[in-house]
Ligand binder design. Sequence first.
Ligand code: ADP
Ligand code: MG
Length: 455
Amino acid sequence: MDNLKIDRNGFWNRISKELESAVSSQTYATWFEPLRAVNIEEETVTVEVPSRFYYEWIDSHYGSLIQEKIKSVHGLDMQIRYTVVVGEMDGKTLNKVKKIRKTEENAEEKQYDRGSKLNKRYTFDSFIEGGSNQLAKAAARAVADSPGQTSFNPLLVYGGVGLGKTHLLQAIGNCVIKNRSECRAHYTTSEKFTLDFISAIQNNRTSIFSKRHRNLDLLLVDDIQFLQKKEQTQEQFFHTFNELYQQGRQIVLTTDRHPRELYGLKDRLVSRFQSGLIVDIHEPDLETRIAILQSKAERDRLDIPSEILEFIATNIRGNIREMEGALIKLLAFSSLSHSDVTMSLAQRALRETLGSTGLYRITIDDIISGVSRMTKVSEKQLTGRGRKMEVALARQMAMYLCREMVGASLENVGLHFGGRDHTTVIHACRTIKSKMEKDRAFAEQVKGLQAQMGG
Ligand code: ADP
Ligand code: MG
């Protein structure tokens, strides 16, 4: 086993190769490529996964496949443990991950991380800039370039959930650590700060706690809204803050709302928070959302048609984390059903994320213009009286789609198509349905039309 300890990468590379030939390339790229073996012991291999979602997915779908490959390649019966890259966990995951044994960190990473608790995926490069976050990003960059030497001290970034505050905060830390080897940086959340403080009190180690924080060059504290009502911790934080500030050290904070709305926080703390620069991040516009998805897809080397990314970005507006979740769900669907990433799969994934009512609603007029665009039959012809075969067929398809996608009443559909009778609409729908049943190519065409209109 000693050899295994030394050659962790070699061990895992061979397993990866086996897995690569056992599953489709998309499945491999999605689920296996991001995995790394971080520790190998007698009977256990610990695998690092990018997020909780990966862990659950891989464990339930591919756990035994991985075990099988280990057995066939190395002749070993091994248990697999998972560890999630630090920085992305919610409470539930945290509990789960606590159960998973702590893993020894990769030496190289340790050096990079230098105990700062930063997730190295969060960089300025991977942070897409748009009107909604431009100012925040510029301020963050300025602070990262000259920590403690700008008037942006503290820098406070506020904004809603899932809009990139943590990403930006950690990007500052990663940039500073990379460029200034002498710099001591530390990332924490206000919750972690509180927990550490409490445990320091319990263990009579408050002076060590204070010293550790007050020796920093850069202190990054995420989600300071959770300091609300915790008076003793606030007091401790206040002193830490002052000492760092007086020594010209950089402090960066994030919160989910403007500091003046942080009720339950002592006034003097709030006024400290407001003494530097306050910038907000708001909801990104459509272009920025698409660009973010594109960059995620590129980073993970996923080949996803741009109209699908656009579809996701159109439907999920307020929250980038949710948008990423939808993308992952889509990949999960695709990998599970061994099918390509298609528009209809994307719709299913989004329906699960948002519920069907959350999907972008399409109107009868949208359908008329969509069908016209795709069949090259003009809108006027579609809603007119002409009986030429291709015109009639396009019209029937449009009527069918109005029923299917909008759920419009027969009368209403009839009205939009030149005041036709409801029996005409029934006839149109029947015709299309039976043609779809008999003619696969035609069925594909109708479904494609439907998909392109996002229904
Ligand atoms: P917050 O801390 O504001 O709740 P996060 O920083 O955790 O949000 O962001 C949620 C997710 O969205 C993260 O995966 C992050 O990388 C991503 N994200 C947010 N904003 C951007 C952006 N501008 N460019 C790229 N990814 C982003
Ligand atoms: Mg956050």
